[in-house]
Design a protein around this ligand. Structure first.
Ligand code: GAP
Length: 515
């Protein structure tokens, strides 16, 4: 097992042990790719959503938020193209009987080429030491260039075959690359088939009078079909955006990697309505703005990259992913898509209703173009959690496990710890709890020695521990211990609120967006 796989396994078990995420229906042996967020996970998830909503809705005069229903008229999914085109190419291994997404098998193969490049870089960096120039190495090393070129040409061919629905060529590609079933090593594959990812359900009391519905596979359509309601009631002028956070459902075939690919998940989407012809400019601007949002959390610039799509979804004329370095490699975290007027025009056609905007500046009506930003809450949660998980060697030879979650997102902002369970210290600690709880989630802990309690809060990701000791009774001060540096400082109780606020206030984090 590689070190990275090892860390990922530890993140998953840490998430369960410390009240973040568990498998859904666990006592019934679980349900594939469905997860429940427990007490700390629910808070972290809520904080991620708030951080997004503030950045997108509150800080933009021209973006408003909505909350549309999960159930929608079934024709919507015909108009959006999901009934006909929301498919994954499937392939079965005849020996292991395991089912895979054919495109994922090929992408994983290319991922291995990327890993080889990383290995070459590591080797060369070791060899050349301080004089190593990574950019130059990547641009000139023949072996690296060979891997790069091979990866690019494979992805290009895959993109073309999928776009042309040439599933026979996808199979041919798998055979040519000699890709084997990861489980059995067998190369005995079936043909590639398409499989629709939408979940069906029924509306109505009796079988004869029921209507077939789908659980929405994206929240975006709830925005499109409400475009005119929101524009008119809000008297919004183009360019403007509509944002939404909500559940989406996909019958994923290859459900793996914990909460990375789930069957029930949440999306944070924003559709930005613009004048046709300006989509390139807005697409680039939203790519930049969304990357800034990610970087504002301080999780390391080196952990993000753009990946422009070769293979475009049925609705897009340009698309790019913001990829994050998960423990299993760089993978999609967010998508930015230039969706043209595909959705609104199609809804016009299927509903028979006009979905046009009268532009006073141009003195004409048109169907707006749309640039979309779409990020999965759960995927963002995994990015935060896996990046935060660290095992640190301390000077005294011990190891501490700490979740260095950005303080603005941390589930609990502080833990209040009386040094001992007597002498009036618990009472003073509770008084401090009563002051802080109006502004933050704070927890109280009096069990075990103080050192163990610090470690417990480190593992939970709590940015501050506030220790109440005997001196506190007379000097009205407490010791604040910082999670990341483990530094300790004496602070008057009166200044506690301010000290915490400085570190956790979203304003201080989101300021980076204006720079
Ligand atoms: N409205 C556009 C749309 O839905 P997408 O690329 O299919 O585009 C957008 O999904 C984002 O939703 C992804 O970048 C990812 O973060 C998240 N997402 C998609 N499928 C997911 C799944 N099965 N589990 C968790 N998150 C998912």
């Amino acid at each position: 097992m590689t070190n990275k796989e090892d860390i990922f396994k530890k993140v998953i078990s840490h998430a369960k042990e410390y009240g973040y995420v568990v498998q859904s229906s666990e006592i019934y042996d679980g349900l594939g790719a469905v997860y429940d967020y427990t007490q700390n996970g629910a808070e972290l998830k809520k904080n991620i959503k708030d951080y997004w909503w503030k950045a997108m809705v509150q800080l933009h005069e021209n973006i408003v938020g909505i909350d549309s229903a999960i159930f929608m008229h079934p024709t919507i999914w015909k108009a959006s193209g999901h009934v006909d085109a929301f498919n994954d190419p499937l392939i079965d291994n005849k020996d292991s009987k395991k089912r895979y997404r054919a495109d994922v098998l090929v992408e994983d193969y290319v991922g291995k080429l990327d890993a080889k490049i990383e290995k070459e870089v590591a080797k060369a960096s070791k060899r050349f030491g301080d004089s190593f120039d990574e950019d130059q190495f990547l641009a000139t090393n023949q072996r690296v260039l060979g891997y790069k070129e091979k990866g690019q040409s494979i992805l290009k061919r895959l993109g073309k075959s999928l776009e042309n629905e040439d599933l026979a060529d996808v199979k041919a590609l798998i055979e040519e690359l000699e890709i084997a079933c990861p489980l059995s090593g067998s190369k005995n594959w079936t043909d590639v088939k398409q499989f629709n990812l939408m979940f069906g359900t029924k509306l109505g009391a009796s079988a004869e009078h029921s209507t077939d519905l789908y659980l929405r596979p994206e929240t975006a359509q709830g925005i499109f079909v409400n475009f005119l309601n929101v524009q008119k009631s809000g008297r919004l002028k183009i360019p403007f955006g509509i944002a939404q956070i909500g559940k989406a459902f996909r019958n994923e075939i290859v459900a793996r990697q914990f909460i990375f690919r789930m069957r029930e998940f949440e999306q944070m989407e924003m559709q930005f309505f613009i004048t046709p012809g300006t989509q390139k400019e807005w697409y680039e601007r939203w790519k930049e703005m969304r990357m800034k949002w990610h970087l504002s959390l301080g999780m390391g610039q080196e952990n993000y990259r753009f990946h422009d799509h070769e293979k475009l979804a049925h609705y897009a004329d340009a698309a790019s992913d913001i990829e994050f370095r998960f423990p299993f490699g760089f993978k999609e975290l967010e998508g930015i898509h230039s969706r043209t007027d595909f959705d609104l025009s199609s809804h016009e056609e299927y509903s028979g209703k006009k979905l046009q905007y009268f532009d006073p500046a141009l003195n004409k009506s048109y169907v707006p173009y749309v640039v979309e930003t779409s990020i999965g809450v759960d995927r963002m949660f995994l990015a935060v959690l896996s990046n935060a998980y660290q095992e640190e060697e301390l000077e005294n030879g011990t190891t501490r496990t700490v979740l260095k979650i950005p303080a603005v997102l941390a589930p609990n902002k502080a833990a209040v710890l009386p040094l001992v369970k007597k002498d009036g210290l618990p009472e003073l600690a509770h008084k401090i709890m009563a002051i802080l709880k109006w502004d933050y989630n704070v927890v109280y802990d009096e069990k075990d020695a103080i050192g163990r309690r610090y470690r417990r809060q480190d593992a939970l990701g709590t940015p501050f521990c506030i220790t109440v000791d005997h001196d506190s009774l007379t000097d009205n001060s407490v010791t604040i211990r910082y999670r990341d540096s483990m530094e300790q400082k004496r602070v008057p109780i009166d200044l506690l609120n301010e000290t915490i606020k400085d570190a956790v206030d979203s304003k201080n984090w989101l300021k980076a967006l204006a720079e």
